[in-house]
Design a protein around this ligand. Structure first.
Ligand code: 4IP
Length: 146
């Protein structure tokens, strides 16, 4: 017979992303983070009291031209975009269970929604980070099934 003498080595815990830490916060921590955001973030007025999970300047292409926007991924979830020069909320990419991201290159990523494909470009080349973050939020909000 096999006698177990040693316990198996501990499974190395995968390092948690910043997003998953945010998504797993307690109510108390969330409240505190929101207070912090309210007093420190100039984007707070645009996000309807939702905690900002990721933010960054992106170029949103529509037709011939691209407009530079501050893209705000928040709890809810929401994806708001703000005109950073005039500090005006220009719109929101509508969330649903069928929202999908697609990375095209270091800079270019697409957000597919039922009625529109959003062409977005991260001038700093972190398109993959955007896609990972959005996908993580999607899984959390709508489940892991494709
Ligand atoms: C605009 O182009 C901007 O790209 C708008 O983006 C966009 O609206 C308009 O598309 C598009 O016509 P011009 O500024 O060159 O006119 P933003 O709202 O960020 O300023 P959305 O918000 O929908 O991308 P329409 O078709 O939605 O009006």
């Amino acid at each position: 017979s096999i006698t177990k003498t040693e316990s198996p080595p501990p499974v190395q815990e995968k390092s948690k992303s910043k997003i998953s830490i945010f998504l797993n916060m307690s109510d108390e921590e969330l409240k505190q983070k929101l207070e912090e955001q309210k007093s420190t973030s100039k984007w707070h007025p645009f996000v309807q009291g939702n905690l900002i999970l990721k933010q960054g300047l992106i170029d949103k292409r529509k037709g011939l031209f691209a407009r530079r926007r501050m893209l705000l991924l928040t709890m809810g979830p929401h994806l708001y975009y703000v005109d950073p020069n005039n500090m005006v909320l220009k719109g929101e990419i509508p969330w649903s269970s069928s929202l999908r991201v697609e990375v095209r290159s270091f800079k270019i990523f697409l957000v597919h929604t039922p009625n529109r494909v959003y062409y977005l470009e991260d001038p700093d080349g972190y398109a993959l980070e955007w896609c990972k973050a959005i996908e993580e939020v999607r899984k959390e909000a709508y489940g892991h099934e494709p």
